[in-house]
Design a protein around this ligand. Structure first.
Ligand SMILES: [Zn+2]
Ligand SMILES: [Zn+2]
Ligand SMILES: [Zn+2]
Length: 86
């Protein structure tokens, strides 16, 4: 299993969410399936099961490596670079 070298560099405390939902979906009139929170900047984007996959797009645009689930009751983080849960 590959080790993630990005998790230790995350800001503490984690950033405040910039919005309650995926703003790009809102603007596009699309509906997110689930939400993800960028742990570098607080950007909220939709998951890869959503039609427009804005969380992945955010990573491609910014290089911010780690997001966490923004769903109530869930608690996991994902590194886009290493493709591992961290
Ligand atoms: Zn990583
Ligand atoms: Zn979206
Ligand atoms: Zn970000």
């Amino acid at each position: 299993m590959k080790q993630c070298t990005h998790a230790h560099a995350l800001p503490h405390p984690e950033p405040e969410p910039l919005s309650e939902t995926c703003l790009e979906c809102l603007a596009a009139g699309s509906h997110p399936v689930q939400l993800r929170l960028c742990l570098i900047c607080g950007d909220v984007g939709c998951c890869d099961s959503s039609p427009l996959r804005h969380a992945t797009e955010h990573f491609k645009k910014t290089g911010h490596p780690i997001m966490r689930t923004f769903e109530p009751g869930e608690n996991w983080r994902w590194c886009f670079v290493d493709h591992v849960l961290v």
